[in-house]
Design a protein around this ligand. Structure first.
Ligand code: GDP
Ligand code: MN
Length: 357
């Protein structure tokens, strides 16, 4: 079974651990957190976990972004929690606030309707800014210009296992551009027209669609993608997306003409304000269309929680060798439920092939 085949590799990691872990900041990478001042405690929790499980051996710089200036209290505590350097960026208003061409009446109407219809975060104005920022503006921030890779971290997350390797290095050496842990179904009421808009994009920019894309993974056209196993969706899009609160990715992908043509196409429709498009489905559809399948990596061995879902390695040897503190058989482990898109990824993605190498 391919899913267990990295156990041997894991023993190799343990053996090589002492030799490899001394390479400080080996890759051109930063750990990135968009966060509010009042989320300090959650930010410190996430930092503590990632430092203990990975970064204290590598000391990658932490980059913090905010739409308002960080307080001295925030800077002081996060600086002391980091094993390496920290830097703090203020997001320019153009990259964060609602553009003036957005039709206010239409926007206000959607806020009200969303609240009535129980859309998650539907009545929050700042959440729309955040999703638009994370979709099309985070990689344009000055502090990131010098980097090729980022590791996205949110407040109040935890990593369950020792990494025992540098994920940036793993991605570079294996030609990976986008890495995820959890993949689930999106709430359809947040993205009523996202798929139609995407189809128009595909018609207009066929040159950007990668010949070895992951369309099979995100559409309902194949047997395992059929409605029998999936959450029912109105369109061909099966609502599968990579949960973007965890991301390790190549910034050059987001800087590419292909991704920016996609983002600009979406942006022009106003869907980030007339609907509540999340950055997770936007990144995921972008990645699925514009990258080769095997440029996407499933980090099945990390173990991760962002409430209410978590992922815990199924392999007992992985859990022991990597000192994981989690239980794969409990309900919160999304991978074991029908809400996970990971089985589809095993079937249609490249993770399986990679593990067999
Ligand atoms: P959820 O993960 O979808 O439940 O949403 P979160 O509240 O965790 O927000 C996602 C990320 O964006 C987290 O890193 C938050 O700290 C950050 N975030 C959300 N809203 C704002 C905001 O208004 N300002 C700033 N600076 N960060 C925000
Ligand atoms: Mn969150």
């Amino acid at each position: 079974n391919a899913y267990y085949s990295n156990d041997e590799r894991n023993l190799e990691f343990v053996k090589n651990f002492q030799e490899t872990h001394t390479n400080l900041q080996h890759e051109n990478a930063t750990i990135l957190m968009l966060v509010r001042n009042w989320e300090l405690e959650g930010a410190l929790k996430s930092m503590r976990s990632l430092e203990d499980r990975f970064n204290h051996l590598y000391k990658y710089t932490w980059t913090f972004l905010n739409d308002v200036p960080f307080t001295d209290e925030f800077k002081e505590a996060t600086t002391l929690m980091a094993s390496g350097k920290t830097q703090y960026g203020l997001i320019p208003s153009e990259d964060w606030d609602r553009p003036s061409w957005i039709n206010e009446t239409k926007f206000e109407e959607n806020l009200l309707n969303s609240e009535k219809n129980g859309v998650l975060y539907g009545n929050s104005r700042s959440y729309r800014n955040m999703c638009r920022f994370n979709s099309g503006y985070f990689y344009k921030q000055k502090l990131l210009d010098q980097y090729q890779w980022y590791f996205r971290v949110e407040p109040d997350v935890e990593y369950f296992c020792d990494f025992q390797y540098d994920p940036f290095k793993l991605m570079r050496e294996n030609n990976k551009k986008y890495g995820f842990v959890i993949s689930i179904y999106e709430y359809e009421n947040t993205i009523p027209t996202l798929w139609n808009t995407t189809k128009q994009f595909m018609e207009q920019y066929p040159q950007h669609i990668h010949p070895n894309n992951s369309l099979e993974f995100i559409t309902n056209t194949s047997p395992i993608g059929s409605k029998a196993l999936a959450i029912q969706s109105e369109s061909d899009y099966n609502l599968c997306h990579f949960w973007s609160n965890f991301e390790i990715a190549n910034l050059d992908f987001f800087r590419s003409k292909a991704y920016n043509d996609y983002f600009d196409f979406l942006e022009k429709t106003g869907g980030f304000y007339y609907e509540r498009w999340g950055d997770a489905p936007v990144h995921s559809i972008g990645v699925a269309l514009l990258l080769a399948r095997d440029e996407i990596h499933h980090f099945e061995d990390i173990g991760y929680i962002h409430a209410p879902f978590e992922s815990c390695p199924t392999s007992r040897y992985t859990r022991l060798n990597k000192r994981c503190v989690c239980d794969p058989y409990k309900e919160a482990n999304i991978d074991m439920t029908l809400h996970s898109c990971v089985p589809k990824w095993w079937k249609f993605g490249a993770g399986k092939k990679f593990m067999n190498e």
